[in-house]
Design a protein around this ligand. Structure first.
Ligand code: IVH
Length: 710
């Protein structure tokens, strides 16, 4: 019988530690209840916190690792809200591994401590063809003196490696590879990665202390979404998912990390005593403990089988959700690994086979520098057209000044172009041999803005150069107005980028506020056709005055303030005046707003030129506040109400609103202070029990509607 990860071998099951594909044990409700009756409220809340935590860990695992959720997203959110509320009430019960920590916090911002690795993190020797693989196989055979051996074949994930330490089933530390001996302790960020278990379920047969290594990745979908957001904001794009994952994992804002949606695959278990002598078996065990181990893992017994694995994944990898750049081959037996030992840099028992990236050679004609909406300057290579992975490529990104200088480029050089992460073509090397004797001009990064002549600046920790002249540099001005009118912002769809360029060229506008001064006669010619479209444009600009405040806030184009952030801020602070006056702390306290966004808003409103523009927009009549919630009655004044279950007449959101609009308060969890529970169908058993224990009355949907006179 051959096993692979689709078809795992039967697990030894000892009494009382049932290990199934779903290793999270369900807590006994009856046991819970019996204890609760005798406990004081604080104690019962502590228990509730513990049971919510283990329940949520189990649901996370079912959802993210098994892809088999057992409850609806809404039910999950409810449990999470309840836990958050209880944890806020009980700071003494703080647990860094609570499921609530997945959303990230700003705690621990300000640099990562560097810590030594318990065991060095080695790199792997690379091979690029079958002969090299064969040579590796022969070396192993020789090194083992004719013993038989198996090779575990795995995918080589193209992210960044991470070492996780678990003690007593708890994640205690996560460290990047660093220089192999020391790495950055990025534990708070890693806690936000949902496929990494924070606590292993009780009953798993994991060593009491172990290390597990793997790769942190940003899935393609997330990467593409992130880059299109960045493009829309005029920010520099990430070249590939690896850079994006690395930038994300090293971010000081764990909330941002949580939003980006990193993923992780684990591929190496290390302990004083591993569960098995077989690396492959250890991976299976790790999967049973709740880790995400790739299905593309196979135990092979011959060179032929290894070639088959390589050939299969060379194409099949294209449909994987994450980036891979090769295959890793590992001698399966740990004893044999030890026997083979290592060279100074890498083990003799493992090797990486790298897939061939599609690459082409062509001539570099010139390099131009593009200035984006935020002033970021991107160098672009203009090349002789060349066919690459099915498309003709003429231009490639050179990313930044560091990359240009490391390539030592001259115009007229022959360069190698690859599709980075199979998306954006980039120059990866120079064919120095064929550099013409009469060399072209050396390519240097510009010192001044090619559009307005300002001296470029480079912010600390950033690779990009920026033109600081945000108030007068033409592409930045145009870009800001283009952002202002875009669909998610003011949605003035009868205007497009070309029209905006035209208005700039004719001196009709210099900023967004000027749009509101445009009269039909300014933009209509003498012929009737243009006058019609002019009327349409002026009407659309006028109509944009009704666009809600959250989108106005987004339209301002404050750096790092995307649509979601803008609407979080608007919902929380309600008016422009309050956003303007908000302190750093107030901004940061808003759900989803980290230090970077908070600081950017502070900086924006500290700039007089920005506030002058905002004042002129206000004067033009744009929305500066979200509508007040209008009161419908006072029947619920002084009442705290918990909603539970499903309803017939209105949605839960509508009930929340009805409670507030009748003077009541909506709360996520039942306590002594709860006035009553608005109970729909299928109310959760935990809530029901709690209401009964505390003597909190239940009210049906119909009774509630009668109470508020509906
Ligand atoms: S095992 C001693 N397995 O490749 C062996 N590494 O150059 C340690 N990588 O730094 C590594 N997928 O970041 C291993 N299935 C896999 C891998 C993998 C990707 C990365 C890892 C490591 C680099 C080795």
């Amino acid at each position: 019988m051959e096993y692979d990860l689709f078809n795992p071998p039967p697990q030894p099951v000892s009494e009382g530690t049932a290990i199934s594909a779903n290793p999270m044990p369900t807590p006994s409700v009856a046991e819970d209840a019996a204890q609760k009756e005798t406990a004081s409220e604080a104690e019962s809340e502590a228990e509730r916190i513990a049971s919510l935590r283990s329940e949520l860990h189990r649901h996370n695992y079912n959802y993210y690792v098994r892809n088999a959720p057992e409850i609806s997203d809404q039910a999950f959110d409810e449990l999470m809200n309840e836990l958050q509320t209880l944890e806020q009430r009980h700071p003494e019960l703080f647990d860094p591994n609570s499921p609530t920590q997945r959303v990230g916090s700003d705690l621990g911002s300000g640099g990562f401590p560097t810590v030594p690795h318990e065991r060095p993190m080695l790199s792997l020797g690379n091979t690029y063809n079958r002969e090299d693989v064969k040579a590796f196989y022969e070396r192993v055979r020789e090194g083992l003196g004719g013993q038989s051996f198996d090779i575990c074949c795995e995918l080589k994930f193209d992210g960044l490696s991470i070492s996780l330490i678990y003690e007593q089933r708890q994640l205690v530390r996560a460290v990047t590879r660093g220089d192999g001996t020391r790495g950055d302790d990025v534990t708070p960020n890693v806690r936000t990665i949902r496929t990494i278990p924070l606590v292993l379920p009780a009953g798993v047969a994991a060593p009491s202390r172990f290390e597990i290594r793997g790769e942190v990745l940003l899935p393609w979908q997330r990467f593409e979404a992130l880059n299109s957001e960045r493009e829309a904001r005029g920010e520099v794009l990430f070249a590939n998912p690896r850079n994006a994952a690395s930038g994300t994992l090293k971010s000081k804002d764990a909330r941002l990390v949580a939003q980006r949606g990193l993923d992780a695959y684990l591929y190496y278990v290390l302990a004083d005593k591993e569960p098995s002598d077989s690396h492959y078996e250890n991976l299976l065990a790790a999967r049973m403990w709740g880790f995400q181990v790739s299905d593309a893992t196979r135990l092979t017994h011959s060179l032929e089988e290894i070639y088959d694995f390589i050939d299969y994944w060379d194409t099949a990898r294209r449909s994987l959700p994450v980036a891979t750049d090769g295959v890793v081959l590992k001698v399966d037996s740990l004893k044999q690994q030890e026997q083979l030992g290592m060279t100074a840099k890498s083990p003799r028992w493992a090797i990486a086979y790298k897939f061939q990236a599609e690459r082409a050679r062509t001539r570099l004609n010139s390099v131009s520098f593009q200035v984006g909406r935020t002033g970021a300057v991107t160098p672009v290579a203009n090349m002789e057209p060349v066919l690459l992975a099915g498309t003709t490529v003429r231009r490639a990104s050179l990313h930044n000044a560091d990359i240009i200088s490391s390539l030592d480029l001259y115009e007229g050089d022959y360069v190698y172009v690859e599709k980075a992460g199979e998306i954006i073509p980039q120059i990866v090397g120079v064919d120095y041999e064929s550099r013409p004797l009469l060399m072209g001009r050396k390519v240097d990064f510009v010192k001044t803005c090619p559009e307005c002549g300002s001296t470029l600046v480079r912010y600390e920790g950033e690779a990009a150069h920026y033109c600081p002249n945000s108030t007068a540099c033409p592409p930045q001005l145009r870009g800001r107005v283009e952002h202002f009118i875009s669909r998610d912002a003011m949605n003035i769809d009868s205007l497009g980028p070309e029209t905006i360029d035209d208005y700039f060229a004719r001196g009709l506008i210099r900023d967004a506020a000027d749009l509101y001064q445009i009269r039909v006669e300014d933009i209509s010619g003498n012929d009737g056709k243009r006058s019609k479209s002019a009327q349409k444009i002026v009407a659309a600009i006028e109509a944009s005055k009704q666009v809600p405040f959250d989108r106005v806030l987004y339209a301002l184009g404050i750096r790092f303030v995307g649509r979601v952030a803008a609407s979080q801020i608007a919902n929380s602070l309600r008016t422009l005046e309050r956003v303007r006056r908000a302190t750093f702390e107030e901004l940061q306290a808003i759900d989803g707003i980290g230090s970077k966004i908070a600081q950017s808003i502070i900086d924006f409103f500290a700039d007089e030129r920005a506030t002058t523009l905002v004042d002129r927009l206000v004067e033009a009549g744009l929305q500066t506040a979200l509508p007040e919630v209008e009161a419908l009655g006072t029947q619920l004044e002084g009442k705290t109400i918990v909603i539970s279950g499903t309803f017939v007449h209105h949605s839960r959101e509508q009930y929340k609103e009805l409670i507030v609009r009748h003077g009541g308060k909506n709360s996520g969890s039942i306590s002594k202070k709860t006035s009553f529970v608005l109970a729909g169908d299928n109310m959760g058993p935990a809530k029901l029990e709690k209401a009964q224990n505390l003597g909190v009355p239940l009210m049906s949907e119909d009774e509630f509607l009668t109470l508020i006179g509906q």
